[in-house]
Write a protein that binds this ligand. Sequence first.
Ligand SMILES: Cc1cc2nc3c(=O)[nH]c(=O)nc-3n(C[C@H](O)[C@H](O)[C@H](O)COP(=O)(O)OP(=O)(O)OC[C@H]3O[C@@H](n4cnc5c(N)ncnc54)[C@H](O)[C@@H]3O)c2cc1C
Length: 170
Amino acid sequence: MAGRAARLERRGAAWRVLDDAGDELAEAETVVLAAGWGAAALGMAGLQAVRGQAGWADLDAGPAVGAAWGGYAAPTGEGVLFGATHDRDDTDEALRDADDLRNLEALKAVLPDLAVRVASVQVHRHAAIRAATRDRLPVAAGWRRGCSFSAGWAHADSRRRRCWRTMWRA
Ligand SMILES: Cc1cc2nc3c(=O)[nH]c(=O)nc-3n(C[C@H](O)[C@H](O)[C@H](O)COP(=O)(O)OP(=O)(O)OC[C@H]3O[C@@H](n4cnc5c(N)ncnc54)[C@H](O)[C@@H]3O)c2cc1C
């Protein structure tokens, strides 16, 4: 499907996916919403925005293993990926220098030598909005008849084992 979906409309046994101007992007009996946080704007209730910014740097020698402590540092093969911030109900995707500092401070607190090396090279960064569920479990569910939804962010430290559940029934 090319274009940005703005709303879904039922026509007979089918769903129509419409853009902002009301033009049809697609028509199908079954629609799967896999739009992450974008699903909230399409009417999916029960999601909370959690803004996140992460950074990564190319290093001559990155960490051999990953570490997570609330923050994390993960080897990329070419260096390290580290972060990330968690800001609830914040939907701004603009990159923030202050968030780079927060991530670097978190790294420094646990892996100070690595933080010094990261601070001496160019840090690349990415910010996006996580679609969090109330209980922090991933969800895949029938939402309305013929329309399903999937989202996939859960806390890394969740001790609960049940990974898939039905939240809404068609
Ligand atoms: C900084 C940060 C760090 C993270 N770290 C981890 C981690 O360590 N481990 C982990 O498991 N997860 C992590 N996540 C979460 C992970 O990125 C998401 O759970 C995952 O990307 C969700 O995948 P998805 O395919 O459901 O949605 P997304 O990856 O969000 O993809 C949704 C797609 O739908 C498109 N879209 C949205 N709205 C519309 C629309 N109206 N019409 C058409 N297209 C639309 C978007 O452009 C996008 O391409 C992190 C997220 C962030 C921001």
